[in-house]
Design a protein around this ligand. Sequence first.
Ligand code: BJ8
Length: 436
Amino acid sequence: MVSKQDKAYYEQLWADLGVDVPLHDQLIRGLAVLERRLHRKQKNRPEKMDYFNKVLNDLHGHRIAEMVEHKKQGGKVVGSYCVFIPEDMVLAADGIHVGLCAGSSFPVQEAEKVLPRNTCPLIKSSFGYKYIKACPYTEASDLIVGETTCDGKTKMFEILEDYHPTYVIEVPQRKNSRNQDVFTAELLDFKLQLENLTGNKITAENLKNATSKVENKFKALQRLFKLRQADPAPISGLDVLTITQIGFQDDVKRFTQQVNALCDELEERVRDGVGVAPKGAPRILISGSPMSLPNWRLHSMLEKAGAVVVCEESCVGTRLFSYTSEPQSDSLEDQIAAIGQRHMSINCACFTPNQGRIDDVLRMAEEYQVDGVIHYTLQFCHTFNNEGTKMEQALDTAGIPLLRVEADYSDDDSGQLKTRVEAFLELLEDKKTNVE
Ligand code: BJ8
């Protein structure tokens, strides 16, 4: 709970950034209700979740104050919506990188005054937050960096440029050496852009330090996910979503320390056989479009129904942290090329062909001992939706049950979704009973 004094201080900060404070107040009240609904009823949560709960409760407070202080000292804030934007390059230029809000239905209706209604909700939400000036992170960003991953986003960024300083990085759509070079060239341009924005040079040394910080964060998240492979699972999927979400906004070093402290506790839990659901509870892997705060209802439904989500093959999951860069030399160009390679390894549905993502899901289904996979697509996300067909074939061949879900950010279809989720869990139980 934020004190009255802090609230007044934060309101002034938000107003100074240009945030519509009364509108933002409505948003924050909605998020607080959601936080209570999602987390308070969870049982047997790890104690080290305390830090992440506090940050979630104060999501637009303390961290925004840190950003404002950084800006007062002449520093810059760079916002983005995609894991293709290298956080380490921003840090190397002494900037703060922040993953911007894009998961709420709150600004969608307003966004539809400008964007076509038949657009993915993530795109409408991203744009909508800027349009209604309700997100302090967006308003704190000196530059928003977009990417050409899907058509909807690409065209939205052209419109966003009219509202906010925006820079777009081209992401090629085939994984080959020619496109690898194209992406590296894009990152070299991005380096210049960052140097112009911040007035700071990106050198081999400061980039190396920044990469090591960011990749330590990735390694902490890899450690966290590996611990979820245990049965019983030591942490809920909802808590892991909270953690990954905070990782897009929090200070890199502090976040990494907190994730590692949590992992120490989870290691003890695994050793002692302590879980958030009983051993043998249905284990689910969710694969597909990202699930940004507060779009977490699928996890909530599954875990309320007695299942446990043990892995997200998603950009709020494994796609975020699975790759690290290994530059062969200390030259700046080689380091940037290695960062390019790290990002071109991500198996996003924007690539064609994208067999790597299907292979990832098959491998993870085994590693995380999953009983079933949910293929999750945001409405009008054609890349992931189309890829669902090949995923379905591959999982069918491997004998892994799959449920395909397509949803937007509204709660209108929650009843129907809950029925489908429960039927899927029953099917998994029946399958287990028949095998036993
Ligand atoms: S690396 S998944 S964060 S692009 S859901 S806007 S694809 S229509 S979010 Fe993504 Fe980067 Fe890929 Fe990850 Fe378009 Fe689909 Fe919407 Fe999407």
